[in-house]
Design a protein around this ligand. Sequence first.
Ligand SMILES: NC(=O)c1ccc[n+]([C@@H]2O[C@H](COP(=O)([O-])OP(=O)(O)OC[C@H]3O[C@@H](n4cnc5c(N)ncnc54)[C@H](O)[C@@H]3O)[C@@H](O)[C@H]2O)c1
Ligand SMILES: O=C(O)CC[C@@H](O)C(=O)O
Length: 632
Amino acid sequence: MTESKVKNFVIDFDSTFTRVEALDVLCTLAFENEAEKKVALAEIERITNLAMGGDLSFRESLESRLKILRANKNHIPLLIDKLKALVSKSFIRNKAFLESNADRVYILSNGFKEFISPIVKEYGIKEDHVYANTFEFDENGTITGFDKDNILSRSKGKPALIDSLNLEGDIYVIGDGYNDYEIRKEGKANRFYAFTENVKRQNVMDYADHIAPSLDEILYHNNMEGALSYPKNRIKILLLENIHSKGVKIVEEEGYQVEVHPAGLTEDELVEKIKDVSILGIRSKTIVTKRVLDNAKRLMSIGAFCIGTNQIDLTECTKRGITVFNAPYSNTRSVVELAIGEMIMLIRNLPDKIAKMHVGKWDKSASNSFEVRNKKLGIVGYGNIGKQLSVLAEAMGLQVYYYDIDERLPIGNVTKCNSLNEMLSQVDIVSLHVDGRKSNKNIIGKEQFDAMKDGIIFMNLSRGHVVDIPELKKAIESGKIAGTAIDVFPEEPLSNNHEFVSELRGLPNVILTPHIGGSTLEAQENIAEFVPNKIISYINSGSTTNSVNFPNLTLPKLENAHRFIHVHHNKPGIIAEINNILAKHDINVMGQYLKTNEIMGYVITDIDKKYDKDVIKIMKKIEGTIRFRVLY
Ligand SMILES: NC(=O)c1ccc[n+]([C@@H]2O[C@H](COP(=O)([O-])OP(=O)(O)OC[C@H]3O[C@@H](n4cnc5c(N)ncnc54)[C@H](O)[C@@H]3O)[C@@H](O)[C@H]2O)c1
Ligand SMILES: O=C(O)CC[C@@H](O)C(=O)O
């Protein structure tokens, strides 16, 4: 068929316009007895799938399903109410499109007019554009069958009906079933979109001209203005390092194309993978280098599903207008609880005692075993974790000291120290909670171990590179350190299938844990909810609340406006230039928000719906522009 400018959209109803098969819902209404309902529903679903996959004629499938149903006229209003709440999300979103294109939108269904018409009417679809079967009832109102003369009740009814309509222009069929594809197969449509928002049938997708996970995708594919400036299914998100299923579910429900990988990736692997990725989700193992970012042409945002962001080249992200989000508090408590547990284990000399028990040695003695009460705990890095640790430690009777490079408000009765060595020389237990900045490499080395009291308990649950490991080993072997807990290492295996290699293996009274300070189910679940929601809010509205590298702007919801998002190098005059361009094009500004940091400026301008599209090209050309995006 040749393509014309007039586009007619022929839309299936069950599992396309609505999220469900209407007869399945009718079945749940018609059967009161649960056991019967279950059996009937399973049989109806089986028959529906046979027909939708093209393995059973539609007439046979309809007859069999209605026989099982034994539904009544009274069920129909209830069914309509249920279905109204089950319209597909992208159809609800694009109601305005359906209304304004009512002359070119048709519903073509093997379902029943009695419930389809009242539902689609609310979306502006005309009564005489609805083609479907009609029920037959007996004198008691029981549904006994359907109008056999209706062309749609016959096999290949859909192509025959379209043929009879003699529509002017192109015909684009949108549906989830083989019978929808048949219209194209019979040469009665220009294009068949396999609609997969609700169900995915491989044998239908295989025949499609285009697979459409939403109506937004179809409108975008046809260059038609829908509710979204960019369909979500075109946004690919790559989630690495076993991110909690809750996070995966959130981004799937948002409509993104999701790829999940259980382990971290090497730089080479990531360089390949990142090419078509718009959002990257990682934890602490994946190193996002400049080389990775050079290959990340579509990357808009990175989610660190953890606290630390030292594994990401933040400066390079900022230069490219890529936002980075993390979960700054979600696993704080988990780390603190582990630190408390470990300091008690170590001060009682438990790791060695436990190991002996496992080889049959009974070593009951109090030597080298102490209480933590009244001991002095030194915290290096008095940030979120350091502070929370100090609160719990004080509650257990420890005297807490801290050292931080920045000014930090002491909480409770803690003592602030003016230098690291001053603190190290007086405490019995030291716990590191500094951030992972590069300059923190080996902040604990020979000099610091020498400054410590003999028999100290030493713990690092922050970042591996902050401790000089060979010097730590010497301090353990010399007895300077009586007990050690290390959760983080300069080199960590990429996955559980790789060996853990460290010179700390096998040393006395040493607890080695595989970077699990934040690995509790509570923390992982919190993180998996927090980070995706920040990213989604950024993609949908431009809000950068809690971003690690962008100026933080919390924006109002976009309503009845277009939003221009302009990211630029922080230099004078850009906002004036933006506003001059808008004024020259007679664009009415409804709101404007600006925030800068030392590297970049972030300007959001909400404008009236109608504007000259050329302005987009001009905005992108403003000198110093890093990224420009339009939202509606
Ligand atoms: N083991 C785990 O599983 C796990 C879990 C969560 C967080 N972490 C790590 O724990 C660390 C602390 O996390 P947080 O949420 O408390 O971070 P935070 O940013 O709130 O606190 C870090 C503190 O360290 C201070 N600091 C930085 N360098 C210092 C130095 N050289 N000397 C003294 N103080 C210094 C900072 O000023 C800040 O107050 C981070 O490295 C984080 O990545 C590890
Ligand atoms: O879960 C992880 O991989 C990292 C945990 C921790 O180091 C963090 O930075 O939050």
